[in-house]
Design a protein around this ligand. Structure first.
Ligand SMILES: [Zn+2]
Length: 486
């Protein structure tokens, strides 16, 4: 009684074309899902998996902290057999003789990903300042698009009607990956996690002002066992993101690799809450996987391993999630306070992925890290892909990546093209070795001028170079692994 879901004519917020407003003002992404979703109230929700509540400041409390038991009979037998999923395959080409590093190829329905490979971030299905064609020519293979942004605008149904993200962007023969949207939603709750765990690999402590802002926004998110309620950054409308609804949205978008819903706790969380959070993440990821397997649609799903820097929890997360029929593993959650903690984490954690042939046979993705030093460290510990918006973001501000001239096997450096010293750097390339279109045609002096004059092309030329640099770096690392140098 009360409201009808029979027709899309009930939509009252046409900006969110995928959303169906409900009596409580929430929107959910799919008509098919709506009868199965219990919309959570602002105070608490009870479900058959436990009772969870969130108070007005967004703090999560929960009982029933157990992860679901390892119940293989919950999943069809074929889901465990990669041969029954021929559209997606990871092939190891060479295992380094001196480290965990490996060279491989991920075969997807839209092309190959050479690994180790850098994954560029195209938040709104567009790279900042760089056309996909140019990026592809620079060797860019896998590109990461954000479900959260595409759900809010233009709506995942629009992408579906366009024929999926490959047809929509006309990038038809290269692979995409999408995330669940959870990362952005939880960033609203806990302040900018993205800033906290900056892509330079260092933890940025939020100052007083930012903390206040984080507090102000924290009531934007309500977490329950069912999922997360959040407000659109565009007009404040409320949305419900569940383990099932993110899969529905990612089916609409149609990327080659998709990600289940996970919870991202704040960095400074106490252990009890971290335990609860990891267990909830396991339950959510299990639900997402079940939903995905109902209609695989030639998509692969990676799990997201959680547990922060806690050995016991990370180990538990790996043991549980690798027992389920996921197609690959993403390393998520808190990766530590800076490069050193990340290094320590990978040092003891990554060998767990080599413990069995089954685990070794799947690709591993490191979420949100792509500074060169961290990449080099991740690669020797057997990470296959990693994503970051860092190269394109710093390009917009005039920071350009350059090789280490003294020793190309060591991390490179960067230059600030806006510095006055570049005003007369006639004939000086950004990087003598670089074969990108920017370096082939322009010198530092002209680029300095374009940046100082705020010409829009400046950011494009800089981003083109940085994307090329990252892909060339990965190429060099693959060669180093092939020859057992790293
Ligand atoms: Zn260049």
């Amino acid at each position: 009684m009360g409201f009808s879901l029979a027709s899309r004519s009930v939509v009252q917020t046409p900006v969110y074309r995928y959303g169906i407003p409900t009596r409580s003002g929430l929107s959910v992404p799919s008509l098919a899902r709506i009868r199965n979703i219990r919309l959570c109230s602002s105070s608490s929700t009870e479900s058959n998996q436990g009772i969870a509540s969130s108070n007005s400041s967004g703090t999560i409390t929960t009982v029933s902290p157990q992860s679901p038991r390892d119940r293989h009979d919950d999943f069809p037998e074929w889901a465990y057999n990669q041969k029954d999923k021929p559209f997606f395959r990871y092939e190891i080409i060479h295992q380094s003789a001196i480290s965990q590093a490996r060279v491989g190829r991920i075969h997807t329905p839209h092309g190959i990903i050479d690994t180790p490979g850098f994954v560029a971030v195209a938040t709104n299905a567009a790279l900042k300042g760089v056309d996909f064609r140019t990026a592809d020519q620079a060797g860019q293979q896998l590109i990461f698009a954000n479900t959260y942004h595409l759900m809010i605008h233009p709506g995942s149904d629009i992408v579906r009607e366009a024929g999926g993200i490959h047809a929509w962007t006309n990038r038809r023969n290269q692979p995409f990956i999408t995330d669940s949207g959870g990362f952005q939603v939880f960033s609203l709750a806990y302040g900018s996690v993205h800033e906290e765990l900056s892509s330079k690999g260092e933890l940025k402590r939020t100052g007083g002002k930012k903390k206040k802002q984080a507090g102000k926004h924290s009531d934007m998110v309500k977490v329950s066992e069912e999922g997360v309620v959040f407000r659109s950054y565009r007009d404040g409308s409320r949305f419900l993101l569940t383990p099932e609804s993110t899969v529905a949205s990612q089916k609409d978008i149609g990327a080659d690799i998709i990600i289940p819903l996970d919870e991202l706790p704040p960095y400074h969380v106490d252990r009890d809450r971290l335990v609860d959070s990891v267990d909830r993440t396991h339950r959510w990821e299990t639900r997402s996987l079940k939903e995905h397997l109902k209609n695989v649609q030639n998509q692969a799903m990676y799990s997201v391993i959680h547990g922060g820097i806690d050995r016991e929890l990370r180990t538990k997360s790996i043991d549980y999630l690798t027992s389920l029929p996921f197609d690959g593993y993403a390393i998520g959650g808190s990766l530590g306070n800076g490069r050193q903690e990340l290094k320590e984490l990978l040092t003891w954690m990554m060998p767990l992925f080599d413990q069995t042939p089954h685990r070794r046979s799947k690709p591993r993705h490191l979420l949100g890290i792509a500074d060169e030093e961290s990449i080099r460290n991740a690669v020797v510990h057997g990470i296959d892909t990693m994503d970051s918006c860092y190269p394109t973001r710093i390009a917009r501000h005039g920071t350009l990546l350059v090789r280490n001239k003294d020793d190309p096997s060591k991390p490179g450096t960067s230059i600030k093209i806006r510095n006055q010293e570049n005003a007369r750097a006639f004939g000086v390339k950004i990087d003598d070795e670089c074969q990108c279109t920017t370096c082939q045609h322009y010198d530092r002096a002209y680029l300095w001028h374009l940046f100082k004059a705020n010409e829009p092309i400046a950011a494009t030329l800089a981003a083109q170079h940085n994307i090329h640099y990252m892909n060339d770096l990965m190429l060099r690392l693959r060669q180093d692994i092939m020859e057992d140098r790293i």
